[in-house]
Each structure stands twice: as C-alpha cells, then as structure tokens.
Ligand binder design. Structure first.
Ligand SMILES: *Cc1c(COP(=O)(O)O)cnc(C)c1O
Length: 231
C-alpha cells in the first residue's frame, strides 16, 4: 500500500528531476500540498512527513481546517487557491497566509481592510486568465499591471506573484505556450516590483512542464492525497 508519505516523497522526487532537467535549483521550487475535500487526518499525515504548505479551495472547509489544526500545527502555512466572492473575503483575511486567486481591485481592497492588524500582511498572487476563455476567472494580461499597482499600495497586502490554471489539454504545445506567456508576464512584473518571487503554476499532471517554464510553486493535490470525490 502506498501512503501519503510515499506519494509526497514521490512528488518531491518529480520536482527534483524536473529541476535538474531544466538546470534549476530544487530550492527555487516549492511544493504546495492541495488538501481540498480531504480530511484533517490526511493533512496530519503529510505534516508528519514534513510538509508545511497546504492549499485549500473552499472558504468554509478551509476555515474549519485552519481552526482545527492550528493548535497542534501552528507552523502550517495556509494558502487559499479557490474562487473568492466579495462577501467571503473576511474569512480568508482572518485565517490564511496566502491567496492565489485575486483578480479584482474590489476583492484586494476588502482583504486589505479586513486583514487583522496583529497579523502579518496577506501574501497575494494575482490570478491570470491565461487561456483567455470567457468562462475562466482571472485578470487579463492587460488588466494585470493596473491591478498590481493598486495591490502594492495596500499596506496589509504583499504582492508576491502570479498564478494561473491553464487550459486542461493534452496538446503539449498549447500548454507550453500558456506557461511561457505566464512566465513572460511574471518576469515583467518582477522587473517592476522586486518583492515578486512566486510563479504559482503546475499541478499533478503537468508539474514537469511548469517547472521547465519557470514555476516556483507547484500545487499538487491528487498525486499526494489520491483522487477526489466529485463535489
Ligand atoms: C485542485 C487544484 C489543484 C490540484 O490539482 P491536482 O490535479 O489534484 O494536483 C491545483 N490548483 C488549483 C487551483 C486547484 O483547484
């Protein structure tokens, strides 16, 4: 039987191999364990194996996990990676360390206002709609720089980088084009704002390609925790 610890080690090994192929340093690439829909016991198993960064997609589920696990695992870094409506921003501002899915000024402004004073600033990745499909969330590349300029003026937020969910496709060239466009935007953003250090792209099925195109944080769910039930 393979355990969560085994699958976590395997994911780390894939990251190391992909880094090596691209002549990159493994330390530049962080693994975010995506635990959405999975029980706290699975998070604890990954934690016992040394994992400290966890990603959640749903506001209520995320809040209850943070509350339940913080007393025993205070050093978990919690990342919110799901869609966020403006009436739920307060929960995220109060419980999470990062959010990867900011794409509107209104949401950023609310997070800034609602971040408790005693907490460190909330780390922000702007989500980019890299495929350009209407159905996808995220800022367009054209909107990115205006939004970034607003976010960097908000004292309780820190702009850390970009995130995208590319088109689900088996077309390797399309996938590569999207990752490359994202990397180009990331480099442009970094040249404007030196604190930008995070390119959140790559999941269980495409982490190798994402690392090849410069990802600094891969978000891995099913490869660590197994397939999810449909929600
Ligand atoms: C669920 C999810 C992941 C993890 O996907 P896997 O294919 O299970 O690795 C990564 N990023 C986001 C935004 C997700 O919603």
């Amino acid at each position: 039987m393979t355990t969560i610890a085994d699958r976590l080690a395997n994911a780390q090994h894939r990251i190391e191999q992909a880094a090596q192929i691209s002549s990159r340093n493994t330390d530049e690439i962080q693994l975010l364990a995506v635990s959405k829909t999975k029980p706290n016991s699975d998070i604890l198993a990954a934690y016992a194996a040394g994992q400290r960064r966890f990603g959640e997609n749903y506001v209520q589920e995320g809040e209850s996990k943070v509350k339940a696990l913080t007393p025993t695992c205070p050093d978990i870094e919690w990342h919110f990676i799901g869609p966020l409506q403006s009436n739920k921003t307060k929960v995220i501002a109060a419980h999470f360390d990062w959010i990867h899915t900011v794409s509107r000024e209104k949401i950023a402004a609310r997070l800034n206002e609602q971040r408790p004073q005693e907490m460190a600033p909330l780390n922000i990745c702007i989500q980019i709609n890299i495929s350009g499909e209407d159905s996808k969330s995220g800022a367009t590349p054209a909107q990115l720089f205006e939004l970034a300029d607003k976010v960097v003026q908000m004292p309780k937020l820190v702009l850390r980088g970009l995130m995208a969910i590319p088109t689900a496709t088996s077309d390797k060239q399309l996938q590569k084009d999207e990752f490359q466009r994202l990397q180009a935007l990331y480099q442009e953003l970094q040249s404007l704002y030196p604190q930008v250090d995070t390119l959140s792209m790559g999941m269980s099925n495409d982490l190798e390609q994402a690392i090849e195109q410069g990802s600094t944080m891969v978000r891995i769910g099913s490869a660590i925790f197994g397939e999810r039930e449909k929600r």
